[in-house]
Design a protein around this ligand. Structure first.
Ligand code: C5P
Length: 288
């Protein structure tokens, strides 16, 4: 029997970094939500005690380095399970893009194996296991809209944001989260006002949200890759109401109210940027 689990991309609505920690990570405050651009993760039982993973994308490793493999292994180790699983990942989310694709695949494996192996674990328990795999995995386990704190693994779910459509524009470069955090200069960061973002979501005020979106990591990624700043400017000129980089980048997100506007901006950006997507914001948990 093959079991399918959807692994939606995440976008950030704000990313703030509060300081560097003794463990090498940074304390963050991020507001994140999900969109309908998704990988498709197929899980099937294997005879024997092994994990096979394969993805239809040359940039994704088909071995123990894959976060989906790590997720299955973490679950097997924690509950002393001697079961085998084959994981096939159809990649639709661009890789190293700031859209949480690898983390979402890992989260989908945790949710899917929870069902396939009838483990009956709660999302909280899966998120806790996910935190050992990567800082963004707990958010992806919930797959809703949340304020993430700590190194990103402390999740407070909040209502879906007042935005239906987004345009994602990804230049043809991959960005390492580790490199971006390493180069961040903590002093004089242009901090977004996270409280205002949360207020805008609570009040379901689209324009207020758009006025306050922001990402401190842009300071690093745009200086490493000036093209990211140009795409941001293009997205703004094209008429997106709120514009920011997602995660550590390089994908630029444009927020709009209506589909026709999203399509107009998509058409305007296509000649300028390799990969452009119009996506619907989901923002609520669709995982059970
Ligand atoms: O947790 P994850 O493995 O996804 O993080 C990748 C790298 O990004 C970490 O090794 C660390 O260098 C950096 N990072 C950080 N602070 C965070 C999250 C990630 O410094 N909150």
């Amino acid at each position: 029997m093959v079991f399918f689990e959807s692994a939606p991309a995440k976008i950030t609505l704000s990313v703030d970094v509060l300081g560097k920690r003794d463990d090498g990570y940074h304390d963050v405050e991020m507001v994140m939500t999900t969109v309908d651009l998704a990988d498709r993760v197929a899980l099937s039982s294997l005879n024997g005690d092994r994990i096979d993973v394969s993805a239809d994308n040359q940039y994704v490793p088909n071995d123990e380095r894959n976060l989906a493999f790590k997720a299955a292994l973490a679950l097997k180790n924690k509950y002393h399970l001697t079961r085998g699983v084959r994981i096939d990942i159809e990649k639709n989310i661009p890789v190293s893009a700031g859209l949480g694709g690898g983390s979402s695949d890992a989260a989908a494996v945790l949710r899917g194996l929870n069902k396939l192996w009838k483990l009956n674990l709660s999302l909280e328990e899966l998120a806790e296991i996910g935190a050992g795999i990567g800082s963004d995995v707990p958010f992806c386990v919930y797959g809703s809209t949340a304020l993430a704190k700590g190194r990103g693994e402390i999740i407070e779910e909040i209502p879906p944001p007042p935005v239906k459509w987004a345009i994602l524009a990804k230049p043809n470069i991959g960005v390492s989260t580790r490199v971006v955090f390493n180069q961040l200069e903590i002093e004089n960061l242009p901090h977004p006002n996270t409280t205002k973002i949360l207020d805008a979501i609570a009040e379901q005020d689209f324009y207020k949200l758009c006025n306050h979106v922001g990402n401190v990591l842009e300071t690093v990624t745009t200086s490493l890759f000036p093209n990211v700043q140009r795409i941001k400017e293009k997205m703004t000129q094209a008429g997106a109401n709120g514009v920011l980089m997602s995660g550590s980048g390089p994908t630029i997100v444009g927020l709009v109210e209506h589909q026709y506007k999203a399509i107009r901006i998509y058409n305007g950006l296509r000649g300028f940027c390799d990969e452009v997507y119009v996506v619907r914001v989901i923002g609520h948990s669709n995982t059970c």
